[in-house]
Write a protein that binds this ligand. Structure first.
Ligand code: PEP
Ligand code: MG
Length: 325
């Protein structure tokens, strides 16, 4: 399989009926640049910046952060990298940082909530990103946005940092794109307000599943209990895709399901054309895309969604077999 995947690594992912799919990977460490080169990923759709903090013995400050981001952008060259700001808290606890124990960490003081309440850390990170990006495109994405105001405030912090750099005569990014993750269900009902404000959005299906079904993603009894290939979740994804298309906002999917061929097939059927996935998924998902007909898949999945109440997995599986995916 490895040999087969390496043969198609530089082949563009185009469906049989001519839809081009952008294949990105999820990353978080410097080592991932090598993997990007090996797998032929077209860029990094999700760079989890908290990894540097989690593998470190103490808090990485401005210089170390800037150096990492520079190396990642250097290594990626022309390929885009979307840096997600710190997604700490919840189950991601740093031993060297004082953090309160919480009854419900997944619902707690985490990610952008922490970044907005105690802005020193987020501001330092934004400064590192802006410094590292000088003269090139910078893509910043905020995690766990639950309200429009949170995105607005976070985006304002980016503008403040850019103004700071400008006042000091520092070179700015050539292009700045600021986006939000869609992983809190509240945003599903506020897409019309959110989408015009963001330069792009990315659906975090790991957390969106967790919060839609109220099922702890870290609890093994719970993590496979509900199926993303079921009408409620697919309806949510379809709502996002349609709203993004109508507002002309680029949207990707960056949860683990983007790297599973069957799930990725359904995402493409729903109209998503940017997928960011764990590197191990790139070969198998590309192989599926090359033999898939998007229009036919769209019709078949719509039909399944309207006629089924539970998991569509078995039906999607037999459909994929029939189509020889
Ligand atoms: C997600 O929630 O789907 C996601 C991509 O981010 P993480 O897994 O880091 O929470
Ligand atoms: Mg998440």
């Amino acid at each position: 399989q490895r040999a087969e995947f390496s043969k198609i690594k530089d082949v563009e992912a185009v469906t049989r009926d001519g839809h081009r799919i952008t294949m990105l990977m999820n990353a978080g460490l410097e080592f991932d640049i090598e993997i990007m080169n090996e797998t032929g990923a077209e860029g990094i759709g999700l760079f989890r910046t908290e990894f540097q903090f989690m593998v470190s013995d103490d808090l990485p400050r401005l210089k170390r952060q800037t150096e990492l981001y520079e190396r990642i952008m250097d290594g990626a060259g022309d390929r885009p990298v979307t840096f997600r700001t710190l997604d700490l808290g919840g189950d991601k606890i740093l031993p060297y940082m004082e953090m309160e124990r919480e009854e419900n960490p997944a619902l707690g003081w985490r990610a952008i909530r922490m970044g907005l309440d105690r802005p020193a850390l987020l501001r330092m990170q934004l400064r590192a990103l802006i410094t590292a990006a000088r003269g090139r495109e910078l893509r910043i994405m905020f995690p766990m946005v639950a309200s429009i105001d949170e995105f607005r405030q976070a985006r304002e912090m980016v503008d403040v940092e850019c103004a700071w750099a400008k006042r000091r005569g520092r070179p700015l990014p050539a292009l700045l794109r600021v986006g939000a993750m869609i992983e809190c269900p509240s945003l599903l009902f506020h897409l019309d307000a959110l989408l015009p404000l963001v330069d792009f959005a990315s659906v975090g299906t790991n957390d969106l599943m967790q919060y839609l079904f109220a099922a702890d993603r870290t609890n093994p009894k719970m993590s496979d209990r509900y199926d993303p290939l079921s009408p409620p979740f697919l309806t949510a994804l379809s709502m996002i895709q349609k709203a993004a298309r109508d507002s002309g906002t680029p949207v990707s999917v960056c949860g683990e399901i983007a790297g599973r061929p069957l799930e990725a097939f359904v995402l493409i059927a729903l109209g998503f054309d940017r997928l960011s996935m764990p590197p191990a998924g790139l070969g198998q998902v590309k192989r599926m895309i090359l033999s898939c007909d998007r229009e036919a898949a769209n019709k078949a999945i719509n039909k399944l969604m309207s006629s089924s109440n539970g998991s569509l997995r078995n039906e999607v599986l037999s459909l994929a077999r029939k189509l020889d995916l």
